[in-house]
Design a binder for this molecule. Structure first.
Ligand code: DAH
Length: 350
């Protein structure tokens, strides 16, 4: 009898009815007037006094367990409608599902693309795994330029002339989208008017202000008689569209191997409008891009007659542009996929 009680206890504990009918069958089997507990109590009457003492407690406990289990399952079934019923009842309202939102970097990238598209620029893309030629050499980087150094570039493999019989070429993750300029110019004939968004990689320690990958938009305009004035006017229009009319800009002379002359462009701080804040380090100006006139060497490297054609180019970091729009102080937020961050950019997906 003791063994029977142990078996029944396990059965009661494991019981998990799918619906009310199964629960009713359970009640009849254990608690009904002709049920197993009634049976056990009948048997109990027939045993000797010695056994009664050891078994009485176990039997009572089992009865309480079965009753309590029945009661709690009954309440649970009453409060939750049966799943099988709700699935079949087509008149019930459907289950809603959450709609995602665009990532802030995609929002800003699309906005940049839209502005340049209206100016007649097309969108071009290139590979993230690049060779030395497209990422560096064609862009007029001297062989010993520090940007080629292992510190900045993630090299994937190093082919030696002995392996391939060709000139040595390093395969790397592209460090900038300027490589797409080269691919575009090599593949076609001027005029070129394109913007080239994409992800780039640099061997940097990850912190609030730096990451080992980020995003850029490159711009290229090559035709006859393109001048620095065209560059200025294009970027002026871009900034007014992106950050609002009245945003000021200024150009500072700079150096890039692939442009001559080269400049960096600042805009009046979009956060404090010049009165001074952390974002502009209390200068009222923030740098947003590098630009310049395409170096004739680059045109020639891509098979374009530099006596006939001139061009301008520019490159900007999308994270930086986004930070200035939404005041995001930690770059890591962009790649952590934290929905509490991403939901703040809820927009209609189109
Ligand atoms: N490639 C540069 C960088 O990653 C940005 C840049 C500067 C692009 C000047 C250009 C340019 O096209 O003309 O920092």
């Amino acid at each position: 009898m003791l063994e029977q009680i142990t078996d029944y206890t396990t059965e009661v504990n494991n019981f998990n009815p799918a619906n009310a009918a199964e629960l009713e069958a359970f009640r009849i089997r254990f608690l009904g007037t002709k049920g197993l507990i009634k049976d056990l109590f009948d048997q109990f009457k027939t045993v000797g006094a010695e056994e009664k003492r050891t078994m009485g407690k176990g039997l009572n406990e089992f009865k309480q367990l079965a009753e309590a289990k029945y009661q709690s399952l009954k309440e649970a079934l009453e409060t939750q409608p049966e799943k099988t019923v709700s699935k079949e009842d087509l008149t019930l309202p459907g289950e809603g599902f959450e709609i995602g939102s665009r990532h802030p970097l995609s929002l800003v990238r699309n906005e940049i693309i839209d502005i340049f598209k209206r100016l007649g620029f097309i969108v071009a893309e290139g590979p993230e795994i690049e060779d030395d030629w497209h990422n560096f050499s064609a862009l007029n980087f001297p062989q010993e330029h520090p940007a080629r150094d292992m510190q900045d570039t993630f090299f994937i493999s190093k082919k030696s002339p002995a392996d391939s019989g060709e000139a040595a070429g390093d395969i790397a993750l592209r460090t900038h989208t300027s490589s797409v300029q080269v691919r575009m110019m090599e593949a076609g004939k001027p005029p070129f008017r394109a913007i080239m968004p994409g992800r780039v990689y640099r061997n940097e320690a990850i912190s609030a202000r730096a990451h080992c990958f980020f995003h850029q938009v490159e711009g290229l305009y090559v035709d006859e008689n393109v001048s620095f004035a065209d560059l200025k006017q294009t970027l002026y229009h871009f900034v007014q569209e992106l950050y609002g009319q009245g945003t000021k800009l200024r150009f500072r002379p700079s150096y890039f191997p692939f442009t001559e002359p080269s400049a960096e462009m600042d805009i009046s701080c979009t956060i404090c409008h010049g009165s001074g804040c952390q974002m502009c380090k209390y200068t009222g100006w923030v740098e947003i891009l590098g630009c310049g006139m395409v170096d004739p060497n680059v045109l020639e490297n891509c098979g374009i007659d530099s006596t006939k054609y001139t061009g301008f180019a520019f490159g900007m970091g999308i994270e930086r542009i986004t930070n200035l729009k939404y005041v995001i102080r930690d770059l890591r937020l962009f790649s952590e996929n934290d929905v509490r961050f991403l939901k703040q950019f809820q927009t209609e997906i189109s």
